[in-house]
Design a protein around this ligand. Structure first.
Ligand SMILES: C[S@@+](CC[C@H](N)C(=O)[O-])C[C@H]1O[C@@H](n2cnc3c(N)ncnc32)[C@H](O)[C@@H]1O
Length: 416
């Protein structure tokens, strides 16, 4: 079931004034910075506070908090997203140096590319991870030369992130709608030029952001369903986050091209290990021994929902392996969220406020999953106070015409 974004598209767009920092690399349909500002304001966060985003993604909460002078910590399990968020809050590079080094790298890489050596490619095991035809041979060849040239000039985090963005926009054959798909093949692409444009935009942003660089921002590479040892107990004033929704979105697919090219995924084993650390929000991500469902074993509404999905499956005679998995992934997803909310308690200050942006879904045989309401109920059973559920935006499910609500579940942790 595909969902179309509603006509209220302004709530999805990144306002031009907000662009610096955020645009370095973003997920399609990430929540907009103004949403973070609204809750920072409402929760009364300031430079003495500590905000946490346990599902940090590409760092919208962190970048916005840093711009507002509010210290923040992120947790993100996906290495590509973790790298993006970490780089997006690193405003230490000198913009002039970044730009002149990029110019030099561009010159060297262009020289090597024009030498017309046999086309470079990746090892077979690595190529197998790419979505078929997601990048054509010549753009791949140019990209690998550019990447090698960047590496010769230092650690190059900003330069590599600029390449990740160029890969999904100008170099590869990807198309986002919002799910990742393959568009027409680009036989050739202006690899070095697109990359250089991105680095220059970063340098321009750094000039605007440098005076704000002292506010601390840290991103941990970890699974938020487990205790994150590096976060100090009782230190968090507010949580502002958007976890995955139970909607079949596979974050390892949407980011596959750049994850593989930048070297975060080298073989099938890497991919499997990564999936094991992610929330069970899609059927490609379920493992035999998974037991997060025990966290919602006594939750009547989740059990009813899983049973309704199974009944619908039998009625419709759907028998594929994925369809059989729908009830289980629903229980595992909400169980994982329950486990996360339980683990989180130890790092929250009494009185901490939390904002969870989640969307209703109907991806499993059109059975409506009211994610926000269910999450609020799970949180309440764990001792959180539900302060409200705000409507953020709506999407129309194209198959049924029904409105899918994207909501902000607002919670308070009263303390033990
Ligand atoms: C909806 S996205 C967050 C988008 C984010 N607001 C942004 O600015 O890009 C959810 C994120 O949660 C991450 N994630 C999934 N399971 C996780 C887990 N168990 N622990 C930490 N992060 C996880 C995904 O990799 C994804 O980046």
């Amino acid at each position: 079931l595909k969902a179309a974004v509603s006509t209220k598209s302004h709530v999805n767009k990144l306002a031009a004034a907000d662009a610096p920092g955020h645009e370095w690399y973003r997920f399609v349909l990430s929540y907009p910075p103004h949403l973070v500002r609204d809750y920072v304001d409402r929760f009364g966060c300031n430079r003495e506070s500590q905000v946490l985003d346990p599902f940090g993604g590409t760092g919208t909460t962190l970048v916005e908090c840093k711009k507002l002078g509010v210290p923040a910590i992120g947790v993100e399990a996906h290495p590509m997203a973790h790298f993006a968020a970490t780089t997006k809050v690193d405003w230490s590079p000198d913009p002039d140096e970044l730009e002149s080094r990029a110019q030099q790298i561009a010159g060297e890489a262009s020289g090597e590319i024009s030498e017309q050596a046999p086309l470079r490619t990746l090892p077979e095991k690595t190529v197998d991870l790419l979505l078929a035809n997601s990048i054509s041979p010549l753009p791949l060849h140019k990209t690998l030369i550019l990447l090698e040239t960047i590496a010769r000039h230092g650690d190059g985090c900003h330069e590599r992130l600029a390449l990740a963005k160029a890969l999904v926009t100008n170099i590869g054959n990807l198309r986002f709608g919002p799910e990742v798909g393959i568009g027409p093949a680009k036989e050739d692409a202006p690899v070095v030029q697109s990359w250089l444009t991105n680095v220059r935009a970063m340098a321009a942003d750094l000039r605007k952001l440098q005076s704000l660089r002292r506010t601390s921002s840290t991103v941990h590479h970890a699974d938020s369903r487990q205790a994150v040892a590096l976060i100090q107990p009782g230190s968090i004033d507010a949580v502002i986050t958007s976890p995955p929704y139970p909607n079949e979105k596979d974050y390892t697919r949407t980011t596959r091209l750049e994850s593989v090219i930048l070297g975060f995924l080298k073989n099938k084993h890497d991919l499997k290990s990564l999936k094991a650390t992610l929330m069970r929000s899609n059927t490609r991500n379920v493992f035999k021994g998974d037991d997060d469902d025990q966290w919602v074993a006594a939750h009547p509404e989740i059990q009813r929902l899983a049973a309704a999905i199974e009944t619908r499956r039998l009625e419709l005679g759907k028998t594929s392996g994925f369809e059989r998995m729908y009830p289980r992934v629903t229980r595992l997803y909400f169980g994982g969220m329950a486990r996360h909310l339980e683990q989180l308690k130890s790092v929250l200050k009494p009185g901490a406020h939390l904002a969870y942006v989640v969307g209703d879904q109907a991806s499993y045989l059109r059975i409506m999953i009211r994610t926000g309401q269910l999450l609020a109920d799970i949180a309440q059973r764990l001792g959180y106070r539900v302060e409200g559920i705000d409507l953020f935006r709506t999407r129309r499910a194209t198959a049924t015409g029904e409105q899918l609500r994207e909501e902000v579940v607002v919670l308070k942790w009263p303390g033990r």
